[in-house]
Design a protein around this ligand. Structure first.
Ligand code: URA
Length: 238
């Protein structure tokens, strides 16, 4: 195996540590270890897919009636995710809003309608059949505030296992929070949208969040998301 170059690794490490500091950590969280283990499992070619990852049902069972962070005190329902557990394409958003909390399903409110429009009208796919949708936190942050570092950290092991259970061809991170969480650094989303990355050996595309698109409904932003989704379709061979 080729020895990885030192400089890019050090840069990645510096970015990761800066991100942890930015979001309020004073210590390195232990899910980093879990991620490394999960990533290793996912990239071991000698193992069968079943050995590589837990099933989605097993991940949801392990999450249970979660009380690992304070969002459990105010949520109505856990919003684990929805769609095809064998989908080639997974969208990851930030966290449930009021409608999602009420129904226990992701992206069913206004942002959800926009996301469905992007998937069905824009990409010509079927939301339920062709995609799986989830969030970086599974419970609604009160008043739709941004999820806090400890809340993201508490949910992250489940997000990682969820993505490794589905093992899609492409993950799309919707907005800054999802992009930053998946890449482990603070992502300037307007600048970095439309770029390819990797998450546990899976292709990762960054794009604008549907709520941002609703709020700043400019031709430029609509074109940007359209271009990003065209890249995703090409990668999927569709
Ligand atoms: N916004 C998100 O990021 N996720 C949802 O599920 C709904 C709105």
């Amino acid at each position: 195996m080729e020895t990885p170059k030192r400089e890019p690794l050090l840069r990645e490490l510096k970015n990761y540590l800066t991100h942890l500091k930015d979001v309020g950590y004073t210590e390195i969280p232990c899910e980093a270890e879990l991620f490394a283990n999960a990533q290793q499992r996912a990239t071991q070619p000698s193992q069968s897919p079943n050995e590589m990852a837990k099933s989605l049902t097993a991940v949801q069972k392990e999450l249970g009636d979660c009380t690992r962070c304070k969002l459990s005190e105010t949520r109505k329902n856990i919003v684990f995710g929805s769609g095809n557990p064998k989908a080639d394409l997974v969208f990851v958003g930030e966290g449930p809003g009021a409608d999602e909390d009420e129904q226990g399903l992701p992206f069913v409110g206004r942002a959800g309608k926009k996301l469905t429009e992007i998937i069905e009208k824009g990409m010509g796919l079927n939301r339920e059949k062709d995609t799986y949708i989830c969030n970086i936190v599974k419970c609604r942050p009160p008043g739709n505030r941004d999820p806090e570092a400890e809340e993201i950290a508490a949910c992250n092991p489940f997000l990682i296992q969820q993505l490794l259970a589905i093992k899609p061809k492409v993950i799309v991170a919707l907005g800054k929070s999802a992009s930053s969480t998946l890449l482990g650094r603070t992502v300037p989303i307007v600048k970095e949208r439309g770029t390819w990355h990797e998450y546990a050996g899976i292709k990762l595309m960054l794009t604008l969040h549907p709520s941002y698109l609703i709020r700043f409904y400019t031709l430029e932003n609509r074109k940007a998301v359209h271009e990003d989704m065209k890249k995703v379709l090409k990668e999927l061979g569709r």
